[in-house]
Design a protein around this ligand. Structure first.
Ligand SMILES: Cc1ncc(C[n+]2csc(CCOP(=O)(O)OP(=O)(O)O)c2C)c(N)n1
Ligand SMILES: [Mg+2]
Length: 693
């Protein structure tokens, strides 16, 4: 196999040639970038090749095919493994409107631009950039977490859309993962959830290479992974040689035959396979091989030593005849089935089409509630529960659940037919993630990537436990929804362990994330209205545990102002107020009360409600000026959270009433007094600001 150009190779030789093509493309791209991980692609090329060629039901000419198997590279540092495979399988590019183009997702030039600015081959796979990348991976554990959500979504879709004789959904989800994925807590949470649910459409292939970045894996990782996964309720099988395609095939067959439980394939591999140096003790596998070693490795592969980015004759044809042909036939067969299905069940077909485009059905918002004025009012977690139920009735694929706090989060879907998503009965819309916040975050993302509108809920303080998944939703530009209640020291007696302080500011700092903290029940409804229409950004709802007034909208501005992120709620001084009081959430009542006191004292106060900073920032300068006129420099913000960030709106002459420490365990009324959230304290602050002028 020393010559690769003329001699026509077949069978096992062709397999090896194709595998070595994946390997050398990865090696060359990493070398050219002078950055990246060549070792894992070198070792894992055979398993990925075998999976794609002989098992994955995937049509490279229709990468968005609804019933395609999903392939998730959870060890995203091995990105070149995926990029090389997408190239060789000739996966087509899909444009922003979902149209399949004739060009490849990753032509060879893109592999040559690995890790360069503006390329489609960033350091770690990014799903919003590169067709064929099903989810963004890199932070270890996230990909396997997403794969569980994808497998849950597949079960949900099958339960809701399949009909007798019409099995339109039966796809599998495969994920390759590494030691790091299994060391991460999220990997354990996700595996536990998948085992509990008995997701037999889920297969993880664990690269058991006994090495991590710092050195041998057993410096820090020595548990019996097989026993652990058996304990989770998985089927566990082993492949003792990562180069043995037959054994890999048998393991994948075992996965196919296994019902009622997910499968873990433990694959024993040697990182940097083919390198003349013993890699198992090397700490340098996260680096390019270096020109000299590249030559030696290529020699070992029987590869022309000087060739770069070589795709030998026969390799593309081989992929065409394998995954291309198999996937194409499977998809064509499915398309015929689906055409009939669409005739018999037009409503379901329309629904699937809307889901694909992240559109909403007609009259999706007709059950959204309007809340009557109520001075005592209700907690926003309560009004949100009502609004969510209204919305979910109009959007049949809006599903989700809580990390064991559904009764506190008020996220239970209670209307007729909502049902439960549980082991063996997957049609329901109420999901139970258990006390697994991080796996919930990643699963929600996996579900959203699968066309569902999914939400996950917990206490706001525990958003920290799933921040990495929230961040990836924002990076992936997907409309995941996270519902967080118990949003401040308003939690009271549970004390500082449960009272979020810095979470609001830190989440507002995250790009492409909409953070909503509505100021009364009708703002809640308007927030959900905006959230439902998002296609490319995740949203957070930040909701109170305690009751707060529902404003009389005949006296105050309409809640529809919420859609602009911030709006003038009340205005005692026309367009030239003496002072602006601004805030969010449960502090709007306090702002209004304080404003009334100041007005009674002859001071003209404007109250601005700012439920979503990000949306306000998107408004034009004229609108912003109309809400916060530059000439009015006497400004006070009120929010029961870290004051960090409010200086943007209160300006150098303004002040912020907020939190500058952790909270405390006490009844709410005592906390409000102690931390200065009373009308008297706010009024005093306002007077100081006015006195400074
Ligand atoms: C959450 C997270 N922590 C740390 C890293 C940095 N990192 C990249 S690869 C890696 C570990 C490599 O070991 P392993 O997971 O076994 O992968 P292998 O090197 O064997 O391919 C680490 C720590 C990361 N990508 N994600
Ligand atoms: Mg490893």
């Amino acid at each position: 196999m020393a010559t690769t150009e003329q001699v026509v190779v077949t069978g096992k030789q062709l397999d090896l040639l194709s595998i070595n093509t994946i390997r050398t493309l990865a090696i060359d791209a990493v070398q050219q970038a002078n950055s990246g991980h060549p070792g894992a692609p070198m070792a894992l090329a055979p398993v990925v090749y075998k999976l794609w060629q002989d098992f994955l039901r995937y049509d490279p000419s229709d990468p968005l095919w609804l019933n395609r198997d999903r392939f998730v590279l959870s060890n995203g540092h091995a990105s070149m493994l995926l990029y090389a495979t997408l190239h060789l399988a000739e996966v087509r590019r899909v444009d922003a409107n979902g149209k399949v183009l004739s060009e490849l997702s990753l032509p060879l030039e893109e592999l040559k631009r690995f890790r360069q600015l503006g390329s489609l081959t960033p350091g770690h796979p990014e799903s919003h950039l590169t067709t064929g990348v099903e989810t963004t991976t890199g932070p270890l554990g996230q990909g396997v977490g997403n794969s569980v959500g994808m497998a849950m979504a597949a079960k949900w879709l099958a339960a809701n859309f399949n009909r007798p004789q019409f099995e339109v959904f039966d796809y599998n989800v495969y994920s390759i993962c590494s030691d790091g994925d299994l060391m991460e807590g999220i990997g354990g949470e996700a595996a536990s959830l998948a085992g509990h649910l008995g997701l037999d459409n889920l297969c993880w292939i664990y690269d058991n290479n006994h090495i991590t970045l710092d050195g041998p894996a057993n410096w820090s990782f020595s548990e019996d992974v097989a026993t652990r996964f058996i304990g989770y309720g998985w089927n566990v099988t082993r492949v003792g040689d990562a180069n043995d395609l037959e054994m890999i095939g048998r393991a994948l067959d075992t996965f196919h035959k296994t019902t009622d439980r997910p499968t873990l394939i433990i694959l024993d591999s040697h990182i940097g396979y083919g390198s003349p140096h013993k890699q198992d003790s090397s700490a340098s596998h996260g680096e390019p091989l270096g020109e000299e070693e590249v030559r030696l490795v290529k020699r070992n592969y029987g590869w022309p030593e000087d060739a770069k980015f070589l795709v030998p004759e026969g390799v593309l044809e081989n992929f065409r005849g394998g995954v291309g042909k198999r996937g194409g036939e499977a998809r064509t067969e499915w398309a015929a089935l689906y055409a009939n299905y669409a005739k018999q069940f037009p409503d379901l077909a329309v629904r699937l089409d809307l889901m694909q485009r992240r559109d909403l059905p007609a009259e999706w918002d007709k059950n959204l509630p309007v809340f009557p004025p109520d001075p005592k009012g209700i907690a926003t977690r309560e009004s949100s529960g009502k609004a969510l139920n209204g919305l979910a009735q109009g959007v049949p694929w809006l599903v989700g659940g809580s990390a064991d706090l559904a009764t506190s989060n008020k996220t239970t879907l209670k209307f007729d037919g909502a049902g439960e998503f549980q082991t063996g009965s997957f049609a329901g819309r109420n999901f139970h993630f258990g006390v697994r916040e991080h796996a919930m975050g990643a699963s929600v993302n996996g579900m959203v990537l699968s066309g569902l509108r999914a939400f996950g809920a917990t206490f706001f303080n525990f958003s920290d436990y799933m921040r990495a998944s929230i961040r990836l939703a924002a990076l992936m530009e997907i409309p995941s929804v996270f519902v967080f209640t118990h949003d401040s020291i308003g939690v009271g007696e549970d004390g500082p362990t449960h009272q979020p302080i810095e979470q609001l500011a830190s989440l507002r700092a995250m790009p492409n994330l909409l953070v909503f903290r509505p100021g009364d029940a009708n703002e809640v409804t308007e927030c959900w209205r905006v959230i439902a229409q998002q296609k490319h950004a995740p949203s957070l709802m930040v909701l109170s545990r305690q009751a707060m007034p529902t404003f009389d909208r005949s006296r105050f501005a309409p809640a529809s102002g919420t859609a602009k992120g911030a709006y003038v709620l009340s205005d005692a001084g026309g367009d030239k107020p003496d002072l602006i009081l601004m805030g969010t959430g449960s502090e709007m009542g306090l702002c209004v009360e304080s404003a009334e006191k100041l007005t009674a004292a002859g001071i003209k106060v404007r109250v601005v409600s700012m439920p979503c900073w990000e949306l306000f920032e998107q408004q034009d300068a004229a609108y912003k000026e109309s809400v916060l006129p530059a000439a009015v420099t006497a400004r006070v913000s009120v929010e029961m959270a870290s004051v960090f960030g409010w200086d943007r709106y209160v300006g150098p002459r303004g002040r912020s009433v907020g939190m500058r420490s952790f909270g405390a365990s006490a009844p709410l009324k005592d906390l409000l007094k102690h931390f200065g959230f009373t009308a008297d304290a706010v009024v005093a602050e306002c007077r100081q600001v006015l006195a400074q002028k």
